[in-house]
Design a protein around this ligand. Structure first.
Ligand SMILES: NC(=O)c1ccc[n+]([C@@H]2O[C@H](COP(=O)([O-])OP(=O)(O)OC[C@H]3O[C@@H](n4cnc5c(N)ncnc54)[C@H](O)[C@@H]3O)[C@@H](O)[C@H]2O)c1
Ligand SMILES: [Zn+2]
Length: 678
């Protein structure tokens, strides 16, 4: 996890109405550059690595263009600026692989003048220009490599030079050829866009919502999240498809994009039928306008079109910058907006307990999609925009799926205030930054999720209560509070759909076995916001359960790694009478959390893991080593004693270990050298 930069105005709900560059002093410009770089790096992380962006693409683009403009105007380029690189870092869990050729970004704009300027730059340098006009698919790009006619590997975009090996997952996509027909080139590297068809996306989200998982914001995030899952079986269950659009390198001879498409078709790759060749930039502009009108009828999301110079010699001649090829241009679609009135603002409670104000709208058609509600994010957003009941507002389909209110066109009346108690359970509401949360862990809106968390492997480790079982237990009314788990009735369980006596007995046995637990694990299981396994252990080391329940935020802050936000969150949790009652009932039911003594066999040892050690989860290992005095950190430095290299390790930590001269241990050596000491 990368920390969100504090106090950076370009991270949350950024104000993108910038003063003209000429009006800035040198000092102010440098300060703005610094903050923009910091914010953009964080947005890149959210978008490329976490698959969970927090600003609309258009907002991101505005920040990015501002940064480019400032770097030019004040001549403060930097090799490490986000304007000089592509995409994000690969995930640690997947193997990193170098690309056959760097996977760059595209020059892009939604402005017709910009693509005309692009066309002039091209025509100044090469003659007889023709463009391949292609839809710009809004999915997830992969490089797929074939050797000797067989699928060799699939790699994500990553930072453009190296990406993650997602072969196992991409292989599950039906339209990706595993073998090429006879006569195929010995070596072939192609690029394509993995996407989730609209219908499949809707279905997947419905299933996720039913199960208590957060829905994906849009098909792009869903596709990206899926391709990078660690379990190919889950991937195979998800509706993914792919369009191939570039041959990057091959042992065959190709002279044009037209030949490349012909080769792809001939070899059985799925290509898109909208692609065409044109010789005039005005035709490219018409092409985009036509696709913009048709986009809602397509089964896949597109966010513009790409114009690429057809002739490969001309491409060579034009070359690339560090960030993008000079021979291609993405001409993006305009924002989809509409106007309507707010009928009422209501507050919804999400599965994490977060309160989200939502505007109920007079239904309006925004380019083919009827919109009757839009998120207002939080109270600050409502205040900043000035949204009220009856206001006329302008909407935008951000990420092109989730509608958002972007502007008040005409005010309404009445003041909106966040409720002081939870609209679902009447529990206390606490404010944290700009957000409000219900503190009751047994709030019906949150119960499925808290239940699943409570039973998870790193928590109470009650096998058999996954998403589906948690849903059933809550829906059938067997569990209304976490504590009800230990009062479950065998016959009632056995009567549940798909259960039977055996499953009932298994669950009861699991529950019985879970009663002996160490205090840190128990505190983690309660699901207090911001309290992960490590903080829970630290709290358990510092307080007994009774003391923890009574501790003030100030007391809590004496614990290392507990800052004000965490302290407030823990205190608020135990201020909620319902939560204390839940804990008391759990103890009465026989759950007996014990404080574990700390041993010191491994005192002073600093260990880093990459990849997985068979037989243990990462947090089991961390707990084990830490209770014996070692510290487990997430990155390799000169202070690291050992890097444990398990299965499917990342490359970065190993490179660092090499540089720093840190000794590496495989799982056997780890067992022999460290675990055997305990
Ligand atoms: N919201 C955020 O926080 C956030 C953060 C980072 C990036 N972004 C968005 O991502 C954009 C930059 O992303 P990028 O650099 O990944 O993409 P890009 O816009 O530079 O385009 C390159 C990508 O286009 C895709 N593509 C689709 N169809 C194609 C075709 N026919 N031919 C060639 N390529 C095709 C490929 O995946 C390729 O990697 C930004 O403009 C921004 O809108 C948003
Ligand atoms: Zn509630």
């Amino acid at each position: 996890m990368v920390e969100e930069p504090a106090d950076n105005p370009y991270v949350r709900d950024p104000d993108t109405s910038f003063a003209p560059v000429e009006e800035l002093s040198e000092g102010d410009a440098r300060e703005q550059v610094r903050r923009l770089r910091e914010a953009i790096e964080y947005h890149d992380y959210r978008y490329y690595v976490a698959n969970d962006p927090i600003v609309a693409d258009r907002t991101y683009d505005t920040l990015f263009e501002r940064l480019e403009a400032l770097e030019d105007a004040f001549d403060c380029h930097d090799e490490n600026s986000p304007t000089r690189r592509v995409g994000g870092e690969p995930l640690d869990e997947l193997e990193t692989v170098e690309h056959v050729a760097p996977l760059l970004s595209l020059q892009s704009s939604g402005d017709a003048d910009e693509i005309r300027a692009f066309d002039r730059r091209i025509r100044d340098r090469v003659a007889d220009v023709r463009y391949s006009a292609e839809p710009k698919f809004d999915g997830f790009s992969v490089e797929v490599v074939y050797e000797d006619g067989g699928f060799d590997r699939a790699v994500t975009r990553g930072d453009g030079r190296e990406g993650e090996d997602v072969s196992a997952n991409v292989r599950t996509i039906g339209s990706v050829p595993l073998h090429l027909p006879d006569g195929a080139p010995d070596f072939l590297a192609v690029r394509g866009e993995v996407y989730m068809p609209r219908s499949g996306f809707q279905e997947l989200n419905e299933r996720r919502i039913e199960r208590g998982d957060d829905p994906f914001a849009n098909p792009r995030n869903a596709a990206a999240g899926t391709v990078r899952l660690l379990d190919p079986e889950t991937v195979a269950d998800r509706p993914l498809d792919v369009f191939f659009y570039d041959v990057i390198d091959t042992s065959a001879t190709l002279d044009t994009q037209t030949e490349a498409f012909a080769l792809l078709r001939e070899l059985g790759f799925r290509v898109n039928d909208e692609t065409t060749v044109v010789d005039d930039v005005d035709v490219v502009i018409d092409y985009r306008d036509r696709l913009a009108d048709a986009r809602d009828e397509l089964e896949y999301e597109i966010d513009g079109i790409v114009a690429k110079v057809v002739d490969f010699d001309a491409r060579e001649e034009l070359g690339s910058t560090a960030r993008h090829p000079r021979w291609a241009f993405a001409y993006k679609f305009p924002a989809r907006t509409g106007e309507t009135t707010v009928e009422r603002i209501v507050v919804q409670v999400g599965r994490t307990g977060k309160l989200t104000p939502v505007a109920l709208l007079d239904p309006v058609d925004v380019q083919g999609v009827t919109i009757s509600r839009a998120t207002l994010h939080n109270a600050a957003q409502i205040r900043d925009l000035g949204v009220q009941n009856g206001a006329t507002v302008r909407l935008e389909r951000a990420g092109d799926v989730i509608p958002e209110v972007v502007e008040v066109v005409e005010g309404g009346d009445g003041d909106f205030a966040m409720p002081e108690t939870c609209p679902v359970c009447d529990g206390h509401v606490v404010q944290e930054g700009e957000h409000h949360y219900c503190t009751n862990a047994s709030c019906p809106a949150q119960l499925r999720r808290s239940l699943q968390h409570f039973c998870s492997r790193d928590a109470m480790d009650v096998e058999g209560v996954g998403a589906e079982a948690a849903d059933q237990l809550v829906e059938e009314g067997l569990v209304e509070s976490l504590a009800d788990l230990y009062d479950l009735d065998r016959d009632e369980l056995a009567a549940l759909d798909g259960w039977g006596e055996r499953s009932a007995d298994n669950l009861l046995a699991e529950l019985e076995a879970s009663k002996t637990v160490d205090l840190g694990t128990f505190v983690y299981a309660l699901g207090i916001r911001h309290v992960g396994t490590e903080r829970a252990r630290a709290l358990a080391a510092a307080f007994s359960l009774d003391d923890l329940i009574d501790a003030s935020a100030e007391d809590l802050r004496s614990v290392e790694d507990v800052g004000p936000e965490v302290a407030e969150s823990v205190a608020a949790y135990f201020d909620e009478a319902e939560n204390v009652e839940t804990v008391e009932r759990l103890l009465e039911a026989g759950v007996s959390p014990e404080r574990r003594e700390r041993d010191d066999e491994l005192d002073g040892l600093t260990v880093v893991f990459t990849g997985s050690v068979p037989g243990y989860t990462r947090s089991e290992l961390t707990e084990l080593l830490e209770t014996h005095g070692a510290s487990v950190t997430s990155s390799v430095s000169g202070a690291t004693d050992y890097l444990v290299v398990g299965e499917n390790p990342g490359t970065r930590k190993r490179e660092r270990a090499d540089e720093e001269g840190v000794e590496t241990l495989d799982p056997e050596a780890f067992e022999a050298r460290i675990l055997s000491r305990l």
